[in-house]
Design a binder for this molecule. Sequence first.
Ligand code: SIN
Length: 196
Amino acid sequence: MSVDTRQANRRRNRHAGQAQVWLFGYGSLIYKVDFPYIERRPACIRHWVRRFWQGSHDHRGTPQAPGRVVTLVPQPDAVCIGMAYLITPAVFAQLDLREKNGYLRCTTEIDFGNGEQAEGLVYIATAENAAFLGPAPEAEIARHIAASSGPSGPNRDYLLQLATALRELDAHDPHVFDVERHLIDLLASQRGADQR
Ligand code: SIN
């Protein structure tokens, strides 16, 4: 599958006739809200886990030196906490551009945690997209992130802002927090080496 998913997402316009659609965000969509929304609520989706397995050619890296950003990977019984936004379908033009590096709009059941659920959409970069990097040990992912940067800024900022946003949501994500811990250790040892 091509890396640029804009065309594929335009064809996935099942919600075009609706006045409003729920979008579930689990990565930068939690903390970088540069799109209009009607309402936002903490929420979760089931049977998916967040992983730094997607390459970023356009935001936190380049095609020559991709960064690492999160996608969702299927896992039975898993719960992924994030933020749900109620938006108008017109906003997808902007979101498809932002998420064009491998992410496809997928339908999901969103759980608001108070007995309320709604069908909505989530951007997922599957293993079939050409930018998918796949699994690696958390320490290696942290080294990769420490060394990457792209048009949206250093890859480390993506990780640190996501970890902060997840703490604010009371979401314990062992994978993200492990990569964050390795990154912080790495940055501290780099600072120590610079001072010697
Ligand atoms: C998301 O945040 O929901 C998708 C991945 C990203 O943009 O970081």
